[in-house]
Design a protein around this ligand. Sequence first.
Ligand SMILES: Cc1cc2nc3c(=O)[nH]c(=O)nc-3n(C[C@H](O)[C@H](O)[C@H](O)COP(=O)(O)OP(=O)(O)OC[C@H]3O[C@@H](n4cnc5c(N)ncnc54)[C@H](O)[C@@H]3O)c2cc1C
Length: 408
Amino acid sequence: MNKTVVIIGSGPSGVSVVSNLRKQGFKGTIIMLSAEEVPPYSPAALGEYLIRDNEEILFWHGRNFCVENEVECFPGERVMEIETDVKRVRTEKDRIIDYDTLVIASGSSLYIPPTVQGADRRDLLNFKTLAGADRIKEMARKGGASAVIVGGGFIGVEIALCLSKIGISPSVLNRRGWIMPRLLDPETSEYVLEDLRSQGVNPLLNTEAAKFFGDDHIIGLETTDGRRIDADIFIAATGVKPNVDFLSGSGIDCDEYGISVDSKLRTNDKNVYACGDVAKTIDLVTGESKSHGLYPVAVSHGQTVAMNILGYDFDYEKQVSMNSLKELSFKIIVVGALEGDEIKYKKNGILRKVYLQDGKLNGFVLVRDISGAGYLLSLLRKRKRVDTLGYSLVDPSFSPAYGVTSLV
Ligand SMILES: Cc1cc2nc3c(=O)[nH]c(=O)nc-3n(C[C@H](O)[C@H](O)[C@H](O)COP(=O)(O)OP(=O)(O)OC[C@H]3O[C@@H](n4cnc5c(N)ncnc54)[C@H](O)[C@@H]3O)c2cc1C
């Protein structure tokens, strides 16, 4: 089977499609386009790159990925239009590329709602790109810089911790009264908040961005409660938005939350697949169709797409939300939905909570002692009743060897 596969995007999902196609012996042409002028890299490793200059983990498949995998790569050539009726894409350089199969792996961007005046300003930094991270590095080298991160969710907090570690003073603006409100409850959030403060991050709670100031570049931000905060760097992190703008007029079914796909990750056009952050797939716990915004999901999607291109009949594996902050002073892991009946362990600075619905594990959060996380995840994935285990689900001294046999 020799045909042309065109992939839009060279992030983890696009790279996974290529690796799996070649691993399975695909001999056809692979063309990969990316909006950024750099070899394929992993945005999840930007913090590691910023703090420790770790390029090995950033370019995790090597800088020569395209050559080694015989991929025709077009870095820095954004796709502007897809013509599904004649199976071709048009780039910003007016290059026309024909495809037999198209894979949309265009990922997502960090953003600020357009209701904030100046949200579209070019000097508002995007920490989901290598160029954005490089600009921050440059500011850090000059010394004494300050930053405002608009959005106190998982990514906003992760960015703040990274900046603080390279000598930039960060403030994090958060709409709710507790940090990471979509992931954590107020009690758990308190642990994160305390650690943020101890690491030099200034959390500003119960406030939102209203307006950016500055002529040539942004110098300040006005909040909804009338405060003015001046800084050298402003970073958008109120949410993650799938990159779908170039799909208008293509007939590919999508909305602001991502591209609709079937169980094979095929779009409503049989020659077009979508994977990674840009695709909406079903959450194992909540049943919701959404973009998970996670590295392992992107990689797993890439494998599913490759196998289906090769003619195997693969369904994607339903995933769960899973987050762990990499730069806190302690370990924390949040999995699934923290909704339902709570069982809690709280002792000696350790907090462990599980949430059950209809006896099944819906989600869990482990702070400081994350032992048994893999075991809990396997229970959650099974979607079977676990309520008979009761308090032992959160007890760190409980050995998973007991009880498991009764559940499998
Ligand atoms: C700071 C930070 C920390 C993170 N930490 C974690 C973590 O700890 N664990 C975890 O699981 N996940 C983490 N993530 C999320 C993870 O990085 C993403 O889920 C993952 O990168 C998604 O991969 P993707 O290939 O779908 O999209 P992306 O990585 O977003 O790649 C998209 C690609 O598409 C290209 N593109 C976009 N539009 C076009 C266009 N029109 N034409 C051509 N090319 C285009 C881009 O240039 C890029 O190459 C983190 C993200 C950030 C920003």
